[in-house]
Design a protein around this ligand. Structure first.
Ligand code: GLU
Length: 510
């Protein structure tokens, strides 16, 4: 019987959640759901200096918004907790000691100043940043160079130390990446990474291996920026638990921006979001816009992320979450970087706005209206408005321009676009139109259009020249759905009132 699939997302709570992070979550989630497995979120907070208040809750809020709810986590509980590495601190030391005893790791007592001296002393043109590795380890203050009894004394005297892995010289380690196939590393090229820090906390390298083991992770997927750490992890797996126990790995390609890896700076420069949701860094005070606040639907967001690095082998692009679960296949994840295209991202959102019912969109549109102080009391009307304008909206925020004028009179009327072409004939036309509309019965889109067209004909005016002023008079500017649909939904009283007031303004300007 094959093991139950268990995957994990292991974020460090150090800031906003980048869309690449959400894509990692998504691929983990899809893989887990497809194979009837479990999706674990583990908080990797062993680097206390990088801790940012609020970042952990924010990550969970983002996952909730995306609809990618974990099965086990700090917030969801589960049998393999605690799910926050800082709370597992006591657990890692024995593995570090086991490695030292077996000769795979050593205690290093070098102070910060000594490390700095080493870097200065061995710096050369070919090696501008010397590392603590097999070339230098025997020149440093560690349990390989200090006699055993002295090391013991230092430890007993509580001398600060770190535990470093002793990278073997000239060995090749390799693994089979589910996306890239066989990947090999020369262990001589990797430095002796710290595994346990002076404060007793493990580093990521030790903690990730120990926890993937203890949490019975069967598949570990992460971004390709972690590939260089793979040789260290491979050796730790071999030394501590045996390679057979190792999860299957996959490293996802980078998401590329206009110049290299997509960054927060690209977003700021080109005006698109890079984080899932708005993020305010309490340490730096910096705030960054998110896809949610920009007006994206979660369904569109996960759809566009899924397609950044994967496709199902056909031309199909619009996938619901359920469709993604059934079609997702790790073998079809690309190994090369995927370019983020904001115009394409908006296209996905537009597709999802069209596909989402007006009643589902209603609370989201209402919230966007409230942000600009437009209060909706008539939900039935709002639903009708949404149904009427959603084809025109790419972002949820577009509903404000396309539809909030139904609920609040335009603060400004763009009379400047009307006045230059205004004349006595048009003035007379609108006077009569107002009168006819007062008498209109039934009040339907078709009837309102008929009245307007017949009157134009009678006055020998071109309808084309009348529709724009009519629109501006009703909504304030050159936007919105069909003008007779607008009048119909505004109702007789409001339509007549707006036309009358706007006409007065035009006359003042003409
Ligand atoms: N804590 C790492 C990060 O912040 C996790 C990498 C992994 O998934 O192994 O991305």
């Amino acid at each position: 019987m094959s093991k139950k699939v268990r995957v994990r997302f292991a974020p460090s709570p150090t800031g906003g959640l980048h869309l690449g992070g959400v894509r990692t979550v998504l691929y983990n989630y899809l893989f887990a759901k497809k194979h009837g497995g479990e999706f674990v979120v583990r908080i990797e907070d062993t680097d206390q200096s990088r801790y940012v208040p609020g970042a952990e809750e924010y990550i969970f809020d983002c996952l909730r918004w995306c609809g990618l709810e974990p099965d086990e986590s700090v917030q969801h509980g589960g049998p393999y907790g605690p799910y926050r590495q800082s709370e597992r601190k006591a657990l890692y030391k024995k593995y570090a000691e086991q490695l030292v005893e077996a000769g795979h790791a050593y205690y290093a007592f070098d102070s910060a100043a000594e490390l700095e001296q080493m870097r200065e002393k061995y710096k050369s043109a070919e090696n501008p940043a010397p590392q603590y590795d097999h070339h230098l380890r025997m020149k440093m203050r560690n349990s390989l160079t200090i006699p055993a009894d002295e090391t013991k004394k230092l430890l007993e005297a509580n001398t600060p130390y770190v535990v470093r892995i002793k990278m073997p010289v000239g060995k090749t380690v390799s693994f089979n990446d589910m996306i890239r196939g066989e990947v090999s590393f020369d262990t001589s090229l990797v430095d002796d990474k710290v595994l346990l820090k002076a404060d007793g906390m493990p580093t990521y390298h030790l903690a990730v291996v120990v926890d993937d083991y203890l949490m019975k992770i069967t598949h570990a997927f992460r971004g390709e920026e972690w590939l260089p750490s793979a040789p260290v992890h491979l050796l730790l797996w071999q030394y501590l638990f045996g390679w057979e126990a190792m999860p299957q790995w996959a490293h996802f390609p980078l998401i590329l921006g206009p110049s290299g890896k997509l960054s927060k700076r690209d977003g700021a420069k080109y005006g698109f979001p890079v984080f899932a949701m708005n993020w305010q860094d309490l340490k730096t005070g910096e705030s960054t816009e998110g896809f949610r606040e920009k007006g994206f639907l979660p369904a569109a967001f996960i759809n566009l992320l899924a397609l950044l690095g994967w496709n199902d082998g056909t031309e199909k692009e619009v996938f619901s979450k359920e469709e993604l679960i059934s079609s997702f296949d790790m073998a079809r994840v690309h190994s090369s970087g995927a370019k983020f295209d904001y115009e394409k991202a908006k296209w996905f959102n537009h597709e999802w706005i069209k596909r989402t019912s007006a009643s589902e969109l209603l609370p989201l549109v209402r919230a966007n209206f409230e942000k600009v102080n437009v209060v909706v009391t008539d939900s039935m009307l709002l639903e009708q408005v949404i149904a009427l304008v959603k084809e025109r909206c790419t972002l949820l925020t577009d509903f404000v321009e396309q539809g909030s004028f139904f609920f609040s009179r335009p603060a400004q009327i763009d009379t400047a676009s009307i006045v230059p072409k205004w004349n006595a004939e048009k003035s007379a036309f609108f006077d009569q139109l107002i009168q006819h509309y007062q008498q209109a019965n039934p009040w339907t889109t078709g009837e309102l259009e008929k009245i307007c067209k017949e009157l134009a004909q009678e006055k020998q005016l071109k309808t084309g020249e009348l529709l724009l002023p009519l629109r501006i008079m009703l909504v304030g500017g050159k936007f919105g759905p069909g003008v007779f649909d607008i009048a119909y939904l505004l109702g007789k009283e409001e339509t007549v009132e707006r036309l009358t007031q706007a006409k007065r303004l035009i006359l003042q300007g003409a």
